[in-house]
Design a protein around this ligand. Structure first.
Ligand code: SF4
Length: 471
């Protein structure tokens, strides 16, 4: 039985984290194949909107063919005596959470990157109109955030209409982000944390500081502050910075304590400005990822919208999988585009001096925030599609990383033995977290020390050749 009698499917927190695979989907809305998509919240005057109204511009769900994909714009307009435009970002980010409460309805990402799917089973139960989804959103928003007194929801699926409003939405996001620039981490006593993504990554905690924007790129420090004020028991909360343990790495005692508590002991330490050691964890909805390229001793950056293989041959999805899930993975780091505009961006690792490759579309968005002398020295897909191209380009442009190559011979170029055997009972190393899946159970070993009778090191290049030979 449904939580709401007039809604054909159930609604509840148990449906958060539900994934809908392509073969099970009735329709897909937004997603990587659609350029124009967005979700936006606006604070309006009470007389400008009609409470409870749901507007659909373009085809409704029932008019869409089974298995088809469509562009989508979601506009949430709210009014209330205590609502300030500062809260728009907070309201907007909750669309993700509340949509995912709907049985058989999946919402991923944020802002201009949204990706939704409705499952066939829920469609068969009667969830065949945006009208129902709008009604659920209105009820959840108003019960969770009582300062919302009126709410109107518009779903746009008409491609021409979306394109027009998408441009406006991008300008609004930019204005919102610009407001948060200028304030320094050292100038505030409090940071903010967010655990909204724990339904997908149970150990992930975002630490939102003035100079480290949330990974999803939709919650600034100001948004965090506003959210914690209006809903102190909600997913966004205040973090007392505590003592500055390490200024270079960005380690604070208060951050460590809160992250440890909120990740149930899984993450004990966070260094805010580095991708190594104890990097900030990554959930799954980060806007982009920084990935270490050992051959150049630098970082590549890739965003979710980049569809081709990056310079190391791997696409965004593979690189994202290497860091997602609330883990701290050396050299792989979920980030927002706005964090790239911060003076603290990978500061411990060398900042922009360490960045060697990124898609041209990302470079265009952040070029004004890069040191001027580096803009032409960082390669894009137009200059480098392979590691060899990249190294040649960096040398030709005299990227600062090239100077460090002379001092440190690049490890990846050393000959790797195809197979080696160590003496018996050799100590191999300590692993902070080692998951083993066996017999239907997942066993997690913490700080495991590994001793092995035999260690085989095989070059992956050779394996690939062997595999090819088998086909
Ligand atoms: S990425 Fe971080 S800030 Fe954004 S919703 Fe998820 S946990 Fe919150």
């Amino acid at each position: 039985m449904s939580m709401f009698e007039d809604i054909p499917v159930d609604v509840g927190v148990i449906y958060e984290g539900e994934r809908i695979r392509r073969k099970d989907m009735q329709v897909e809305l937004g997603g990587p194949d659609k350029e124009h998509k967005f979700e936006l919240a606006r604070v309006r005057k009470p007389e400008e909107i009609e409470d409870g109204k749901v507007v659909v511009i373009g085809p409704d769900i029932k008019d869409m063919a089974e298995g088809s994909s469509h562009p989508l714009g979601i506009l949430i307009e709210v009014a209330g005596e205590k609502l300030e435009p500062e809260l728009e970002g907070v309201v907007e980010r909750r669309i993700h959470e509340y949509s995912n409460f709907i049985e058989g309805f999946m919402h991923l990402n944020q802002r201009y990157d949204i990706w939704l799917r409705l499952g066939k089973k829920s469609f068969a139960k009667g969830l065949n109109s945006f009208e129902y989804i709008g009604k659920v959103l209105q009820r959840l928003f108003k019960s969770e955030l009582p300062i919302i007194e009126k709410m109107q929801v518009t779903f746009i699926t008409d491609p021409a209409k979306i394109k027009e409003q998408w441009k406006e939405a991008l300008a609004i996001y930019e204005a919102r982000d610009a407001r948060a620039r200028g304030l320094k981490d050292e100038e505030v006593d409090k940071f903010y944390g967010c655990t909204l993504c724990q339904s997908f990554a149970p150990t992930h905690v975002c630490v939102i500081t003035p100079q480290r924007y949330s990974n999803c790129g939709s919650i600034s420090w100001f948004d965090g502050r506003a959210s914690a004020r209006i809903d102190p028991k909600g997913p966004v909360f205040e973090i007392d910075k505590g003592e500055l343990v390490d200024a270079e790495k960005g380690e604070y005692s208060g951050v460590n304590a809160v992250v440890k508590q909120k990740s149930l002991g899984e993450v004990t330490k966070v260094w805010l400005y580095t991708a190594f050691g104890y990097p900030h964890t990554s959930c799954g909805c980060f806007e982009g990822a920084a990935f270490y390229i050992p051959e150049a001793d630098g970082f590549g950056i890739v965003d979710r919208g980049y569809k081709e293989a990056t310079v190391n041959g791997l696409p965004f999805s593979t690189l994202a999988d290497s860091t997602a899930g609330g883990r701290q993975v050396d050299g792989f780091h979920g980030i927002s585009i706005e964090y790239m505009r911060s003076p603290k961006f990978l500061k411990t690792d060398g900042g922009w001096n360490r960045v060697v490759w990124m898609p041209a579309s990302v470079k265009e968005r952040v070029a004004a925030f890069m040191p001027k002398e580096l803009v032409d020295k960082v390669a894009t897909e137009n200059e480098a599609r392979t590691i060899d191209d990249l190294k040649a380009f960096l040398k030709e442009r005299n990227h600062p990383i090239v100077g460090t190559w002379k001092e440190k011979p690049v490890v990846a170029e050393e000959a790797v033995p195809t197979e080696a055997e160590t003496p018996s009972e050799t100590f191999v190393g300590t692993v902070p977290t080692l998951p083993i899946t066996t017999g239907g159970y997942k066993i997690i070993l913490k700080d495991a020390k590994i001793y092995a009778k035999k260690v085989i090191i095989r070059s992956m290049k050779d394996e690939k050749i062997e595999e090819k030979g088998k086909q």
